[in-house]
Design a protein around this ligand. Structure first.
Ligand SMILES: C[S@@+](CC[C@H](N)C(=O)[O-])C[C@H]1O[C@@H](n2cnc3c(N)ncnc32)[C@H](O)[C@@H]1O
Length: 501
C-alpha cells in the first residue's frame, strides 16, 4: 500500500475536518468508552467498532474509517469529512471506495505523546488488516516510541536529530523545543509517512534518507534521539525481516555501532537518548559488554537495563510481534524459533538485555563518567525532567569536594517516603528503605544514621550541621558519620531524592 500523498490544500482540509469532528484522544475516549479503549490497547478493535457503529458522533465515524479499518457508508463518511470529502481522502491515499462504502487504507489516529496530541498516520497493523505486516511496514506509535518520548530531555536546543524516524513521532515532539530538527530513515516509505504527518501537524522537519549516520555525516547536533531497529534477528535469509525492527546486522552490532560512532555527530555538551538491546554472553555480565561500547564511544554514558529475556522468551516475543504463532502455523513457528535459538547459541548468548542509553559529550577533556545500573520497576511521569536534573546535579557535584558538599542545604524531595520493616516484636527496624515515588522509583537501603541525616534535610540546615548533630545524637565521631554518609548523599542528590533548593 502506498503511503499518503502530500497535497497541501487537501491536508489543510483534512486538518480542518479532524478539528471540527473533535478527533482527539479525550473525545474518542468519551465516545468509545473505557472498555473499548482498553480492548483497543490490547489490539482488539471489535468493541470499539461496535460502539462506533451505534454512534452518530463524527469522531466515531472517523475512528471507524481511519483507525479501526471498518467499512463506512459513503454518505456517513462524507458527513464526517465535510470539506475534504471522500474524493479528497482518496486523493490523499487515506481511503479506498467500494460501491457504497469507504474503508481506510492507512491508520490515522490522535496520539498523546511528548505532552501534546498529534495526528499520526502509519500503516495499519495486522490486528486491523488480519494479515501479517509487510517487510517495509511503517509502525505507528508503540510502547517503545512512548518510552523514548518520555525519556527525552526537553530543554530548548538548536539542532536535534531523530535517527530512524519511522512515522516521525519523535521528530514531531522535538519541534516543540528544538529550532532545527533533522530526521533520517533508511525507508523512503517511512519518510513519506513522516513528511505527511509533519504537514498535517503543521511542523517543519528536514528529512534525510539513508542508513544510520550516513545522511548526517560531518554535522553536529545538540540532541540525538533514536528508537533504532534494535531487534536481534538470525541472519539466515529464511526468516522474514521487518525494516521497523531489524537493522540487518548480526547480533547487537547495530546498537554497538551506533553507540560507538554517534559521538561523531554530537556537539560539545550534546546528548544522545536511545533504546537498545544487548547480548549477555556466557561468562560475561551485561555491564562488561556495554562498558566496552561506552569506552569506545569517548562519551559519558548512563545505561539503564530495564529487562532481561532469555533467548527462548526473546524469540517468542518477536515471533508474536511478526504475526507468527503456534496457533496460526506450528511448522513456521518451530522453524523460526529454532533458527533464533541456534543464532543465540552460536554466540553463547544466555540473555538479551533491553534498556535506555543516555550518552553525552562533555565540554571538557575530563575523564568520562560511566554509570550502568539495573532498574526494573515502574517509572514515574516526566522522566526526561528527572534525567536532565540528574545530569545537571552530577555536573554540579563533580566540581565539589566533600567539604563543599557539606555546605549544601538540600531538602528531601516530596515524593520520598521512609519505610521501616521490623522483625515481629522488635522495637528497632531491621530494614529501613527510602522509596522514591516518581522518577525511576528507586529503593535505597539506609541505616539509622543515613535515615536520620536524610530526615533532617529541610533546606535550612547544611549537611555539615546535620551530620554533626546526628553524630552527637548517636554518640559517634563526626568524621566517621561523614565518611559513612557523604558518598550516599552524592547519589541521593544526583538521583533526585534530595534536591538543592
Ligand atoms: C523501531 S522504528 C522507530 C520509529 C520511530 N522513531 C518511533 O520511535 O516509533 C525504527 C526505524 O528505523 C528505520 N531503520 C531501519 N534500519 C535503518 C538504518 N539502517 N538506518 C536508519 N534507519 C533505519 C526503520 O525504517 C524504522 O522506521
Amino acid at each position: 500500500m502506498a503511503p499518503p500523498t502530500i497535497a497541501p490544500v487537501l491536508i489543510d482540509r483534512l486538518r480542518g475536518d479532524l478539528e471540527t469532528a473533535g478527533y482527539d484522544v479525550v473525545r474518542l475516549a468519551a465516545v468509545l468508552g473505557p472498555m473499548a479503549v482498553a480492548a483497543l490497547e490490547r489490539e482488539n478493535g471489535l468493541p470499539a467498532v461496535l460502539v462506533a457503529r451505534s454512534s452518530d458522533d463524527p469522531a466515531a465515524t472517523l475512528a471507524r474509517l481511519l483507525t479501526l479499518g471498518d467499512a463506512v457508508p459513503t454518505a456517513l463518511a462524507e458527513a464526517a469529512l465535510p470539506t475534504l470529502g471522500v474524493d479528497g481522502a482518496r486523493a490523499l491515499g487515506l481511503v479506498d471506495t467500494d460501491g457504497e462504502s469507504v474503508r481506510g487504507t492507512v491508520d490515522l489516529r490522535p496520539v498523546d505523546v511528548g505532552g501534546r496530541v498529534w495526528w499520526l498516520t502509519s500503516d495499519q497493523d495486522s490486528s486491523t488488516t488480519s494479515r501479517p505486516v509487510e517487510p517495509d511496514h511503517v509502525l505507528g506509535v508503540g510502547g517503545a516510541s512512548r518510552t523514548l518520548a518520555e525519556l527525552t530531555v526537553r530543554t530548548p536546543a538548536v539542532r536535534a536529530l531523530d535517527l530512524g524516524t519511522g512515522c516521525g513521532i519523535q521528530a514531531l515532539t522535538l519541534t516543540d523545543h528544538v529550532d532545527d530538527v533533522v530526521a533520517t530513515d533508511i525507508s523512503a516509505r517511512a519518510l513519506s509517512y513522516a513528511a505527511f504527518n509533519a504537514a498535517l501537524n503543521e511542523v517543519e522537519i528536514e528529512w534525510r534518507e539513508g542508513s544510520m549516520l550516513e545522511p548526517v555525516a560531518g554535522e553536529q547536533f545538540d540532541l540525538v534521539v533514536s528508537n533504532p531497529p534494535f531487534v536481534i534477528t538470525p541472519r539466515t535469509g529464511e526468516l522474514a525481516t521487518y525494516s521497523y525492527r531489524d537493522g540487518g546486522r548480526s547480533g547487537d552490532d547495530l546498537v554497538r555501532d551506533l553507540v560507538t560512532s554517534v559521538g561523531d555527530v554530537l556537539a560539545p555538551g550534546g546528548l544522545v537518548q536511545m533504546l537498545g538491546n544487548w547480548e549477555i554472553r556466557r561468562g560475561r555480565t551485561w555491564t562488561e559488554r556495554v562498558e566496552e561500547w561506552l569506552e569506545a564511544s569517548g562519551l559519558d554514558g548512563w545505561v539503564i537495563q530495564r529487562e532481561v529475556l532469555d533467548p527462548a522468551h526473546y524469540a517468542e516475543t518477536w515471533l508474536r510481534d511478526g504475526g507468527i504463532s503456534v496457533e496460526r502455523d506450528r511448522a513456521a513457528w518451530e522453524a523460526a524459533a529454532t533458527a533464533w535459538l541456534a543464532d543465540f547459541a552460536a554466540r553463547e548468548v544466555e540473555g538479551i538485555g533491553f534498556g535506555y542509553l543516555i550518552l553525552r559529550r562533555p565540554t571538557t577533556d575530563r575523564p568520562r563518567r560511566h554509570r550502568l545500573e539495573e532498574l526494573a520497576g515502574p517509572v514515574g511521569p516526566a522522566l526526561g525532567e528527572q534525567i536532565a536534573e540528574s545530569l545537571r546535579v552530577g555536573d554540579l557535584l563533580d566540581g565539589l569536594d566533600d567539604d563543599s558538599l557539606l555546605e549544601l542545604a538540600p531538602v528531601v524531595a516530596g515524593d520520598v517516603t521512609d519505610e521501616r520493616h521490623h522483625v515481629p516484636g522488635s522495637p528497632d527496624p531491621s530494614v529501613i528503605l527510602l522509596r522514591q515515588g516518581g522518577g525511576f522509583g528507586r529503593l535505597i537501603r539506609a541505616d539509622t544514621v543515613m535515615s536520620a541525616v536524610v530526615g533532617a534535610c529541610d533546606g535550612e540546615l547544611t549537611l555539615g550541621q546535620i551530620t554533626a548533630g546526628v553524630a552527637v545524637l548517636l554518640d559517634e565521631p563526626i568524621g566517621q558519620v561523614r565518611d559513612a554518609v557523604v558518598p550516599a548523599l552524592r547519589e541521593l542528590l544526583v538521583d533526585g531524592l534530595l534536591t538543592i533548593p
